[in-house]
Design a protein around this ligand. Structure first.
Ligand SMILES: *Cc1c(COP(=O)(O)O)cnc(C)c1O
Length: 357
């Protein structure tokens, strides 16, 4: 028997989550974001389950090529555009669309010769201050891009910094609308949080990521509340049981001390699998279908679960680290991070298995 840790993926959940996106944004084109190896779900697997999308958003051109060579007929958008000149020939050959967020990239397109024309998403920095041109520079870039033979058409794009909190998107939308050509170009605005919370952003091209995987972009709302279901369940088993006497400690540094007799289940999952080492005592975990807590420090290959109140939880008992009945956001919160990070950080060594429904 092999190590019991496995990430079970439900392609059906991905396609149902995509239907939620469709219901929320009727008439919009959906660019399903599959960067970071499909948020840990496997790039090709995720894309196959999301074939009902209109386009896929990826970061690395190698991933885009893999998608195309696997037979993906969809539009594929490079979310940070070209990283160097050499990528243009590949993008053109494989029919990728490009984000253009800085001037070097405009120059690369101006220098292009005899390439098939591509759609360009012209990125505007409306306050996130990460990538994109300030609104006052957009017209100049638009003019230059429209003069490029390699540019077939333009979409105006921006990204929100506060779609999930009380500041919202209004302040950035206002800056976006100040661009003179914003009225005549199509737009791409919404990530998951904006799409769910801010109807004004459901236009032309929406760019959902995390919600497709069934995780919530919000700290204060579950994915389930929006009809989304987790596509990944990280599962393992108890591989040993220890009995603690009062006063005995658990794991490296002994950060947890039993004050009563306890039973501890050793679960085959650790930080080398992508489970967060910062998850403290009390992080939720499901053992034998019942919710309990982790104890002490997470090790490289194992972690400790309190099974004192779950007498049936013996060696071989099932453990759910996140997913079914335990949202990844809850585990993330206990580790001071977000569900995104845990999904994306799933280690290469974890087996992925698809669950057919
Ligand atoms: C990652 C990303 C998204 C998706 O964001 P979610 O919060 O996962 O929905 C959308 N747009 C861009 C530009 C991104 O980089």
């Amino acid at each position: 028997m092999s190590r019991p840790l496995v990430a079970r993926l439900r392609p059906g959940a991905l396609s149902r989550n995509l239907k939620v996106v469709r219901r929320l944004s009727p008439g919009c084109r959906v660019m399903a974001v599959v960067k970071a190896n499909g948020y840990g779900h496997g790039l090709l697997r995720a894309a196959a389950a999301l074939e009902g999308a209109d386009a896929f958003g990826v970061l690395e051109i190698e991933g885009a090529v893999r998608l195309r060579e696997a037979g993906c007929p969809h539009e594929i958008v490079l979310l940070e555009g070209l990283f160097d000149r050499g990528e243009l020939a590949i993008a053109s050959e494989y029919r990728f669309d490009l984000v253009v967020h800085q001037e070097d990239q405009v120059a690369m397109l101006e220098a292009a010769q005899n390439h098939r024309a591509l759609r360009v998403f012209l990125k505007v920095n409306t306050g996130m201050n990460r990538l994109g041109f300030l609104p006052e520079r957009v017209e100049a870039m638009r003019t230059r891009l429209e003069a490029c033979a390699v540019v077939s058409d333009l979409v105006l794009m921006t990204h929100f910094a506060d779609a999930d909190d009380e500041l919202g998107v209004g302040w950035q939308l206002e800056r976006f609308l100040s661009i003179p050509s914003s009225g005549r170009l199509p737009w791409s605005l919404a990530n998951s949080a904006a799409l769910i919370r801010h109807p004004a952003t459901r236009v032309d091209w929406v760019r959902p990521g995390i919600m497709l995987y069934g995780s919530s972009p919000f700290a204060d709302e579950t994915a389930r509340a929006h009809g989304l279901e987790p596509a990944m369940t990280l599962e393992s088993r108890i591989i040993a049981v220890q009995h603690l006497k009062p006063g005995e400690r658990v794991g490296y540094g002994g950060t947890f001390t039993a004050d009563v007799p306890m039973r501890i289940g050793i679960v085959a999952c650790g930080y080398a699998d992508g489970y967060p080492r910062h998850a403290t005592t009390g992080t939720p975990i499901r053992i034998a279908g019942r919710r309990t807590r982790t104890l002490g420090r997470v090790c490289m290959d194992t972690l400790f679960a309190d099974v004192t109140a779950i007498p049936e939880a013996d060696v071989g008992a099932a453990a759910v680290l996140w997913g079914d009945g335990l949202p990844v956001e809850e585990v993330a919160a206990a580790a001071g991070t977000v569900g995104y990070e845990l999904l994306c950080a799933l280690a290469q060594r974890v087996r992925l298995e698809e669950v057919r429904e």
